[in-house]
Write a protein that binds this ligand. Sequence first.
Ligand code: IDP
Ligand code: MG
Length: 136
Amino acid sequence: MSNLEKTLSIIKPDAVERNLTEQIKSIFLSNGFKILNEKKLQISKNEAEQFYLVHQSKPFYNDLCSYLSSGPIVVMILEKENAIKHNRDLMGATNPKDAKLGTIRKQFGLSIDKNSVHGSDSLENATLEIEFFFKD
Ligand code: IDP
Ligand code: MG
């Protein structure tokens, strides 16, 4: 059965800063994702705190929000059959050290916090995260 999904992808500041945007986009395209919409922007710390609200109680929350707002990011709506899981698989584990060969985080991630990409983890969060960045 067909299950065309949209998911939100973010190329994080560490990767944008290293000029990896085009390389990472080409990985998505060659893996069958369509990029329906994209924009480059820098968010405020306050916006990062809203975006990562589910992690509010975590010890790394403040650093995470400072980091995501520290420089330009590229946000994209990706579309594919089962896009949410396929994107998570393609990104690899949160800690690049644990990410499998061939994943984006294995290839480009610097550390558990500077891990180059974000991807929605569920249908519910994909909808909320797309709305967060592309409401207008
Ligand atoms: P995910 O990005 O693989 O979905 P989450 O657990 O949702 O991972 O965490 C969100 C982000 O918070 C991660 O991508 C990473 O940048 C950061 N993070 C997660 N765990 C840690 C940690 O233990 N120390 C520092 N940063 C972390
Ligand atoms: Mg997550």
